[in-house]
Design a binder for this molecule. Structure first.
Ligand code: ADP
Length: 611
C-alpha cells in the first residue's frame, strides 16, 4: 500500500514516479516516528529516504552529515527542487549563520544539515529544544563505529540526541555492509528497537570487468572511448602513477586532470571542481579522491592497479552510475600490484598485518575469479544473488576464455616449480616452461629439465598470468624477499589430479569486440530512442544554467532527465512536465527555455532517432 503523501512529494518535487527498493519502507518508518537503520548501497537513494518524509512532516528535519562539501551539494539539489533547506557549518560567515538560525527557529526550513561537531560545539542542541524538529537523520552513520572505514569521534556524541529528544525518531543511513558496524551503530546512537532495512548490495547497472595489465594506456583509453564526453575516474595506486598516466592521457587529447595528496589543496580543489562541473572528463587519482563526491553521472571507474581490499574496490567502483544509469567498472591488475601492497602492508604496525593480507588475498581472488563478478561481490558482503547477472560482467558475457585443459597446464607449471627446487620466482619459471635458453637457465641446467619448453607454444605473458592465478587460487605461494614459488598442500593435491584449477586465457580476454557488442546492448536500453544530437544541445544548455548559478550541471538536471527529454522531445510545458526528474519547480524554472531549445532543434534538423 503506498502512502499518497510520499508518492505525491516524490512526483511533485523530484519528478520521480516510483520508489527504489526499500525506500518506501524506510520513509514510512520516519513517518511512523520510530527509529530506523537503513543500509543501502551507494546510489540506492538513501537521501530521499529522509528528504521525502521531511517534506511531508511538520517542522524541520535535522540531518547530520560528515562532509561539508556534500552538505552544500545536497542543499543545492533540494533548493533546485523547491524545498527550503540550509546547512550550518564552518564555511558560513557569522551573518549567514545568523540567517540560517533565524530561518530554523521561525520554522522556514524543511531540512537543516549540520556537521556532528557543529551539533555539540555551537550549543545547537540547546537551540533545537525551541525548534519544531520533525526527526533526526544521521547520514554516513558508519562514521560512529570504530569498525567502519571512516570513524569520526564526534559521531559518538550523537547519542545525546536520543537522550535529549526521547520522543523524536532517530534514523541512521549507511552503505556499509558488515554486521559488526550495523550493531555498533544501533548501540552507539542508542537506537530504540529500530526498523532495520538492509538492501541488496548488488549494483545491477554496473558492468564489471577485470583484465590483466598489458598495455595500460591502451587498456584505459579503450574504456574511456566507450564513454566519449562523459565522466570517468581512473584510480592508480601511487602518486607517480597518477602523474604519468595523466600526462599520457593529456598528450593523447583526453580532457583529464590529476588528483593526489602530493598536490596543493588549491590545485586539488580546482581539479575536483572542474570534474564535477564537467569541464574535465577524466580524473586520474589516488584513492584520496572520492570522499565527499556526490557526482551521480560518473560513467566509468577504471582501476589502473589492484585495490588492497574488496571493501575498497566496492567503495571506489561504487562511485560509478549513482544515477542508476548504466556504467562500467574495469579493474586492470598485475602481479606487481600484489607485491606493492604486500610491501606497503609489511611497513604497517604488525598487529594489523594478518587482516590486511587476508583482505588483499580476497581481492586477488576476485581478480582471478571465474564466477559472476556481481555474485562474487555480494557474497563477500554476506549476501547472494538468485541468478548470475548474465549480461553485466566479463564472466557472464563470456569475455573470459577459460583454458580447456587447465589441470594439465597447471600440472606442467607446478611440476616445473618442483623440479627447479622451489627456489625461483614467476618470471624465471615462465621462461623455463616456455623454453628460454638464456644464460641463467643454462647455467642452472634447467634447460635439461623435462619441463623445459613444456609450454613453448604459449605466450610467456599468458604463463605469467596463469602462475598468478594458481597463486591466488592457493595452489602455490610466493615466499620471501624474492617471491620464490612454493607448492602448497593444495598444490600437491592438484599434482595428483585431485582438484581442478581454473585458468583464464589472458591475452584473448582483451579482444573487446564481443564484450563491447554486448555491453552496448545494455547501454542501448537507456539510450533507446534518444536523439543524441539533441542530447548534446540540451547538455550545453544545462551547462549554461549551471555556470550561471554556480552549481554542478547535475543539480540542474541529471543525465537521465536529459536523455528522457531527447527521447520524448516535449514541445509544450505540459509535455515537459512528464519528463523523468522534472518536478514543479524545475519545470517552472527551466521548462520554457528547454522546450524552446527542443522546438528550435526540431524545426532545424531532420528527425534523427538513436538506436
Ligand atoms: P545514496 O545516498 O544512497 O548513494 P542518493 O540518495 O544520492 O544515493 O541517490 C542517488 C541518485 O538516485 C540521486 O540522483 C537521486 O536523485 C536518485 N534517486 C533516488 N531515489 C529515486 C527514485 N525513487 N527514483 C528515481 N531516482 C531516484
Amino acid at each position: 500500500m503506498s502512502d499518497d503523501r510520499l508518492g505525491n512529494a516524490l512526483h511533485e518535487y523530484w519528478g520521480y514516479d516510483s520508489f527504489r527498493p526499500l525506500q518506501e519502507a524506510a520513509m514510512r518508518a520516519v513517518l511512523a516516528g520510530r527509529d530506523s537503520l537503513v543500509v543501502l548501497p551507494t546510489g540506492g537513494g538513501k537521501s530521499l529516504c529522509y528528504q521525502a518524509p521531511a517534506v511531508c512532516l511538520d517542522g524541520t528535519a535535522i540531518v547530520v552529515s560528515p562532509l561539508i562539501s556534500l552538505m552544500k551539494d545536497q542543499v543545492d539539489a533540494l533548493q533546485a527542487c523547491g524545498i527550503p533547506a540550509a546547512f550550518l557549518n564552518s564555511t558560513l560567515t557569522a551573518d549567514e549563520k545568523w540567517q540560517v538560525k533565524s530561518d530554523l527557529v521561525e520554522g522556514r526550513l524543511k531540512l537543516l544539515y549540520v556537521a556532528p561537531e557543529g551539533l555539540s560545539l555551537a550549543g545547537l542542541v540547546d537551540v533545537l529544544e525551541d525548534v519544531n524538529v520533525s526527526f533526526f537523520a544521521i547520514d554516513e552513520a558508519h562514521c560512529v563505529s570504530m569498525w567502519g572505514h571512516d570513524f569520526r569521534p564526534h559521531y559518538r556524541e550523537l547519542s545525546v540526541l536520543r537522550d535529549r529528544f526521547p520522543n523524536l525518531g532517530v534514523h541512521a543511513y549507511t552503505a556499509t555492509a558488515t554486521q559488526r558496524v550495523r550493531d555498533d551503530i544501533v548501540t552507539q546512537l542508542k537506537l530504540n528497537r529500530p526498523e532495520t532495512l538492509v538492501g541488496s548490495f548488488d549494483r545491477p547497472n554496473l558492468t564489471y570487468r577485470v583484465a590483466p595489465r598489458s598495455d595500460l594506456t591502451r587498456q584505459v583509453t579503450e574504456v574511456l572511448d566507450r564513454h566519449p564526453n562523459e565522466s570517468g575516474i581512473v584510480y592508480c595506486i601511487t602518486r607517480k602513477d597518477v602523474d604519468a598516466l595523466h600526462a599520457e592521457l593529456s598528450a593523447l587529447g583526453y580532457k583529464s586532470a590529476p588528483y593526489h595528496a602530493g598536490m596543493s589543496d588549491q590545485q586539488r580543489q580546482a581539479n575536483q571542481d572542474a570534474f564535477i562541473e564537467d569541464r574535465v572528463h577524466t580524473i586520474v587519482a589516488t584513492i584520496a579522491f572520492g570522499m565527499g563526491i556526490n557526482k551521480p553521472n560518473v560513467r566509468c571507474v577504471v582501476h589502473a592497479g589492484m585495490p588492497k581490499s574488496l571493501e575498497n574496490y566496492q567503495q571506489e567502483s561504487g562511485r560509478a552510475g549513482r544515477d542508476g544509469l548504466e556504467a562500467e567498472c574495469c579493474l586492470i591488475h598485475s602481479g606487481q600490484d600484489l607485491r606493492t601492497w604486500e610491501f606497503l602492508i609489511s611497513k604497517q604496525p604488525e598487529e594489523g598485518q594478518q587482516v590486511a593480507l587476508r583482505s588483499l588475498q580476497r581481492m586477488a581472488d576476485y581478480c582471478a575469479g571465474v564466477t559472476c563478478r556481481h555474485r562474487q561481490l555480494v557474497r563477500h558482503f554476506g549476501q547472494d544473488l538468485d541468478a548470475d547477472c548474465q549480461t553485466a560482467c566479463d564472466v557472464c558475457l563470456s569475455d573470459l576464455d577459460l583454458v580447456d585443459d587447465a589441470l594439465v597446464v597447471a600440472q606442467k607449471i607446478l611440476s616445473s616449480v618442483y623440479r627447479q627446487g622451489e627456489r625461483f620466482g614467476a618470471g624465471y619459471t615462465a621462461r623455463v616452461v616456455t623454453g628460454s635458453t638464456e644464460a641463467r637457465i643454462v647455467e642452472n641446467r634447467h634447460d635439461e629439465l623435462s619441463t623445459h619448453g613444456i609450454l613453448e607454444h604459449e605466450p610467456r605473458s599468458a604463463v605469467m598470468a596463469w602462475i598468478s592465478q594458481l597463486v591466488s587460487q592457493g595452489f602455490m605461494e610466493k615466499s620471501g624477499e624474492y617471491s620464490v614459488l612454493k607448492i602448497t598442500p593444495r598444490g600437491w593435491r592438484l599434482l595428483k589430479g585431485e582438484c581442478q584449477p581454473k585458468l583464464l586465457r589472458a591475452e584473448r580476454r582483451s579482444k573487446s569486440s564481443r564484450s563491447t557488442g554486448k555491453a552496448a546492448k545494455g547501454e542501448a536500453a537507456s539510450w533507446k530512442g534518444v536523439d543524441r544530437d539533441l542530447f548534446e544541445i540540451l547538455r550545453e544548455l544545462r551547462m549554461e544554467y549551471a555556470s550561471q548559478r554556480g552549481v554542478p550541471p547535475y543539480i540542474v538536471f541529471g543525465d537521465a532527465s536529459l536523455r528522457d527529454m531527447a527521447r520524448l522531445k516535449p514541445t509544450t510545458i505540459e509535455e515537459f512536465q512528464t519528463v523523468y526528474g522534472v518536478g514543479t519547480k524545475k519545470c517552472a524554472e527551466f521548462g520554457d527555455e528547454f522546450v524552446r531549445a527542443i522546438v528550435r532543434y526540431l524545426s532545424s534538423a531532420p528527425e534523427v532517432t538513436g538506436e
